[in-house]
Design a binder for this molecule. Structure first.
Ligand code: NM2
Length: 535
């Protein structure tokens, strides 16, 4: 066991932050969750606007990069071929960035919007229907995917163009922070990233576990208790621990393949046996609603809620701000992953691919699963909203599926899919956490025991909170954990532009070719004296 490989300051720092959150919560559960909740309200209430600006900014930034000269840079040398075909590239990208939460929200998000619509519209009105079907897609659409793509730019650039085996966020910030990447600032950046990801993963586990528990309850009759939920968390952790133990190629690939087939089955089944025409038309209509209202949706903050005497709906804070924060905490992690699988593509291909395939995938989930539930509600055949209010959202999800023919087949497949989905997100997450808390990643993989360690650490926070009854608190953990990640994102965007523009200026290229090959070594030999400061 090579302990020298571990980056101790980062490793211990991240653990210390985690313990400073977990221990007070165990000792003073009530006061603890109150503090977390007021931190959430404080952040979303006062800084919500920053999250929305960052979201719009990220989309504009990556579109600008895609169509600029920097976008033409190829990730890899002249003869490097694309490592993965577009289909498997898109599938891997999707299953790294998307977890069990999409099953949860695609099924049920519309119900919350129908009951509590945006833009201060009357709840459950005719107008609310369109928004109910569209807002979920928006929250899983281009802005969200832009947040995911942004960190991939500097990481992929350093990995394949500057040929530095960077698996750290601090390294990717080096062009801006220079030698401070090796000092405390670098450590802080990595710790904040780890903390963010632990928060994001917490949100995912806190949502996914009760849903899986409801599925199991429906199938076996075992009551949904804390004990059942704890077992589910342990099983999911074990699955991702084992698969991450067997290596990124074998483990993750097998799980993503399984994932893909189960997903196709569920979506096709609901589409064919559900109200096919309603699903198609409503999805198509939603796309129009989103295109038409894109900027209003991306900027709506309900300013009048700040006026004394006017009651706010809390929609922006509970949804758009929460979502951007949640995508944000996963972003550096997904960026690392997207970067790794994008060898041989140009920056532009990587950007547009992530935006388009990512969004399309989410449209399919929300379009099919969400509109099936909406149909049940509107046609009066099953009152989903009353069911949620009487029982819970996870119970309503399973109850919606129960309306399908062959429900006895669909519900187990859905439950297994949720478990596998949770596992794929977590095994790539534990892989990346271990890579970041290591000085060096030899042979392309972090140390095994180290990876297992993070796999179990990911479970500690949700598990503790569950036993003290704070799983709901954890559902919004992303918000607070995501706050510092906003600044990291700006750093990453800046680093990419700085480094790639510098290299482009050193590189001769013709106007006509679509891909520019940047050969850093050759440039350096040519301009030995003209070194970039901080390098
Ligand atoms: N996002 C996509 O739980 C999951 O599905 C992981 C969640 C950020 C909302 C990612």
């Amino acid at each position: 066991m090579n302990k020298r490989l571990i980056d101790w300051p980062t490793f211990i720092g991240a653990l210390l932050i985690l313990l400073t959150v977990v221990i007070p919560l165990i000792l003073f559960p009530e006061a603890g969750s109150e503090v977390i909740n007021s931190a959430n309200t404080f952040v979303t209430g006062n800084f919500g606007i920053l999250y929305l600006i960052l979201g719009m900014g990220a989309l504009i930034f990556i579109l600008y990069v895609a169509f600029s000269k920097n976008g033409r840079i190829k990730l890899g040398g002249r003869d490097v071929k694309k490592e993965f075909g577009t289909f498997s590239w898109a599938a891997m990208l999707f299953s790294a960035g998307i977890g069990s939460s999409i099953l949860y929200w695609a099924m049920i998000e519309w119900a919350f919007y129908y009951q509590g619509p945006p833009f201060r519209i009357t709840p459950e009105s005719e107008e609310a229907i369109n928004w109910a079907a569209s807002y979920g897609i928006f929250h899983w659409g281009p802005i969200a995917w832009a947040l995911y793509t942004l960190p991939a730019l500097p990481i992929a650039y350093f990995y394949y163009v500057r040929k530095k085996p960077v698996l750290k966020i601090s390294e990717a910030s080096r062009p801006v922070i220079g030698k401070y990447a090796d000092g405390p600032l670098g450590v802080i950046i990595d710790i904040l990233f780890i903390f963010g990801l632990l928060g994001g993963a917490g949100t995912t586990l806190a949502l996914g576990t009760p849903m899986i528990a409801e599925g199991i309850n429906h199938l076996t009759g075992i009551p949904v208790t804390l004990f059942l939920q704890a077992i589910i968390m342990i099983i999911c952790t074990a699955i991702f621990a084992i698969s991450s133990f067997s290596g990124i190629n074998k483990g993750i690939k097998r799980l993503s393949d399984l994932n893909l087939w189960l997903t196709i089955f569920i979506l096709a089944f609901v589409f064919i046996f559900g109200p096919t025409l309603f699903i198609s038309e409503m999805t198509f209509t939603s796309l129009g609603v989103i295109v038409n209202n894109f900027f209003s949706m991306a900027t709506w903050l309900e300013p009048q809620a700040n006026i004394p005497g006017i009651e706010g709906t809390n929609f922006p804070e509970s949804w758009t701000v929460f979502y951007w924060a949640w995508w944000l905490v996963y972003a550096p992690f997904v960026g690392l992953f997207v970067a790794r699988i994008s060898r041989g593509r140009t920056i532009k291909e990587m950007i547009l691919g992530t935006l388009i395939y990512g969004t399309l995938g989410c449209v399919l989930f929300f379009g099919v699963l969400g509109n099936y539930g909406l149909y049940l509600q509107l046609s009066g055949s099953f009152d989903v909203i009353s069911y949620i209010n009487e029982y819970s959202a996870p119970a309503a999800i399973i109850a919606i599926l129960d309306q399908l023919p062959l429900a006895w087949l669909v519900i187990p497949v859905f439950t297994v899919l949720a478990i596998v989905f949770l596992a794929t997100t977590f095994d790539s997450a534990s892989y990346i956490l271990a890579a970041v808390a290591q000085k060096q990643v030899t042979k392309g993989e972090p140390l095994r025991w180290h990876r297992l360690f993070w796999a179990f650490t990911l479970m500690i926070l949700p598990m503790t909170l569950m036993f003290i009854g704070g799983l709901e608190t954890l559902q919004t953990a992303s918000i607070v954990a995501g706050f510092p990640v906003m600044f990291i994102m700006i750093l990453l965007a800046w680093s990419f532009i700085k480094a790639s523009t510098y290299d482009l200026n050193q590189t001769k290229h013709s106007k006509s070719t679509s891909a520019i090959i940047v050969d850093v070594e050759r440039n350096q030999n040519r301009k030995e004296k003209n070194k970039e400061p901080g390098e």
